[in-house]
Design a protein around this ligand. Structure first.
Ligand SMILES: *Cc1c(COP(=O)(O)O)cnc(C)c1O
Length: 354
């Protein structure tokens, strides 16, 4: 990696010694990767440097108009001590899709992967043992100090690493989810299919409302009729119904999860029909009340495969799998985690050694 300059930190930070200290995304390692883009010159100045704050002009356009994108993946420690990633090229491909939609420059996917590995090797000691992981957060933002509403000339790409515990505090236990029927997250034609900051800023009020009612997550409905199931904050949704495993189709307003795609492939190989179709919230509640929804779960890098215990929609509430973890949910979780941590053979070529 001759084009990446490495400036090692001389003041190493204290590493958390107990997994309980971790939380999610609160602690950062000794180094970060930074690369800058200038229009005309392209990307350059790739460097691994000590982790620390950026200095931003108060007029910096990202602070005003949110021209920013990110990704999220995990670095897993295998039982033999080695480190590996799960389908990381899919993250960089999706980041470039987000970049195109947000009028930002694409990155070289091979360079992004190689530079990430270089950063991970330098901070390898920070990677905790499963079920904790080293969460990887690549991001890009507009850098011009310019209050005009247009795309920027300069951009910064950076990657930070955060040793993290399980996303949900209770671990692999059913989560309760609140169905939001007033606020919406995204609409077709918008940016719901990209990982851009504004999508998450727009979700926070509904998240707070759900949390005040005692629910861990929000289930979003479509922006037009407020009726069809879209996804949860950072998870795609699946329902095991009579016809098979049903998940909403990617119609431009839903994030195309890498975990979603992986789970669809695994479930098919386990013999379950996998159906992508629009799924109305009233249909799910009616079917669940008849006992025709056997399991419900969400999928995402952070949450892995998260069983849904209760869904709350207005005055109605339904439970899945009697509030326990369903059989298919458990099988998918075990297989996915087995591949991610190297405990199971990686027959599909999804694991990427660091
Ligand atoms: C990141 C994300 C997901 C999950 O995507 P994965 O690639 O599986 O991690 C789902 N929904 C939203 C809104 C997300 O931001």
């Amino acid at each position: 990696m001759s084009q990446i300059i490495v400036q090692e930190s001389t003041a190493k930070k204290r590493k958390p010694s107990r997994p309980e200290e971790l939380g999610f995304g609160k602690i950062f390692t000794d180094h970060m990767l930074v690369m800058d883009y200038e229009s005309g010159a392209g990307w350059g100045d790739a460097r691994i440097m000590p982790y620390g704050p950026f200095e931003l002009d108060p007029g910096c356009s990202v602070l005003h108009y949110s021209q920013t994108i990110f990704e999220g993946l995990k670095c897993y420690r295998r039982a033999d001590g080695g480190l590996q990633l799960f389908r990381p090229s899919e993250n960089f491909r999706r980041m470039n899709m987000s970049a195109r939609r947000m009028c930002m420059p694409e990155i070289d996917e091979a360079l992004a992967l190689e530079s990430l590995k270089a950063l991970l090797r330098l901070d390898a000691e920070w990677a905790p043992a499963w079920p904790a992981t080293l969460y990887v957060r690549p991001a890009m933002m507009a850098m011009d100090a310019d209050l005009g509403v247009h795309d920027s000339g300069g951009y910064r790409y950076f990657v930070i690493l955060s040793p993290s515990g399980a996303y949900f505090s209770k671990g692999f236990a059913p989560v309760s989810i609140y169905v939001e029927d007033a606020f919406v997250r995204a609409i077709a034609g918008g940016v719901g299919h990209t990982k851009t900051g504004g999508n998450y800023a727009a979700s926070m009020l509904a998240g707070r409302k759900a949390s005040e009612k005692g629910y861990a997550q929000v289930l979003w409905l479509d922006g037009k009729e407020h009726r069809f199931i879209e996804e949860v904050g950072a998870m795609n949704m699946f329902f095991l119904m009579k016809e098979g495993l049903v998940t909403p189709p990617l119609g431009g307003s839903i994030l195309g999860g890498i975990t979603r795609e992986s789970v669809m492939i695994m479930a098919k190989e386990m013999g379950y029909p996998v159906i992508e179709r629009r799924l109305a919230i009233d249909e799910v509640f009616d079917a669940a009340e008849r006992g025709d929804v056997l399991e419900a779960f969400g999928t995402g890098t952070a949450a892995v495969v998260a069983p849904v215990g209760e869904l709350k929609w207005g005055e109605r509430s339904v439970m899945f799998s009697g509030g326990a973890v369903g059989r298919l949910t458990r099988m998918l979780y075990d297989e996915l985690v087995g591949i991610q941590t190297g405990a199971l053979p990686d027959v599909r070529g999804w694991a990427e050694p660091v």
